[in-house]
Ligand binder design. Structure first.
Ligand SMILES: [Cu+2]
Length: 154
């Protein structure tokens, strides 16, 4: 019994270190910079006219959580569709469903979206430093809140 308590304490500590950024786990890329390497996002509806992304099923916001990556790093993003509508996820340079997908960073698409209750993931290599967006590419949904910002550090 004591062993179980001690072991679960160790696991809790490890889990806390890995999830200090609520949207995922990170690694320390320099003494001051923590960079996301895995990201878990949730897509869903906030109201009849507003959709968004969140760091948990019960915290869907617009814009969604801001993400910070490091150029050249390998990142895995998982999207869980906790809404009742079809959604997807992609990185683009402008907040438009017409914008080309960058770095192959796309989960589903407007024609093959992630169904309600389903999940998808993608692993990609982050491109050059700059400011980007992630969006839902289902036509019209970026305009009702399905976007968030991405900052890529050099
Ligand atoms: Cu959507």
């Amino acid at each position: 019994m004591i062993l179980i308590v001690v072991m679960s304490g160790v696991f809790a500590e490890l889990a806390m270190k890995k999830t200090s950024i609520k949207t995922g786990s990170y690694e320390k890329s320099s003494p001051q910079i923590y960079t996301l390497i895995t990201v878990t996002l949730y897509a869903g509806e906030i109201s009849a006219i507003c959709d968004g992304f969140g760091d948990s099923p019960s915290n869907i916001t617009t814009p969604g959580p801001s993400l910070i990556f490091m150029a050249g790093q390998t990142v895995t993003v998982t999207l869980n569709n906790v809404g009742s509508m079809l959604h997807n996820w992609a990185i683009v340079s402008e907040k438009s469903s017409e914008a080309p997908v960058l770095w192959g960073a796309q989960i589903g698409s407007d024609s093959i979206p992630v169904n309600s209750g389903d999940s998808g993931s993608v692993t990609f290599t982050v491109g050059s430093a700059g400011s980007y967006y992630y969006i839902c590419q289902i036509p019209g949904q970026v305009n009702i809140g399905m976007w968030g910002t991405i900052k890529v550090n050099p």
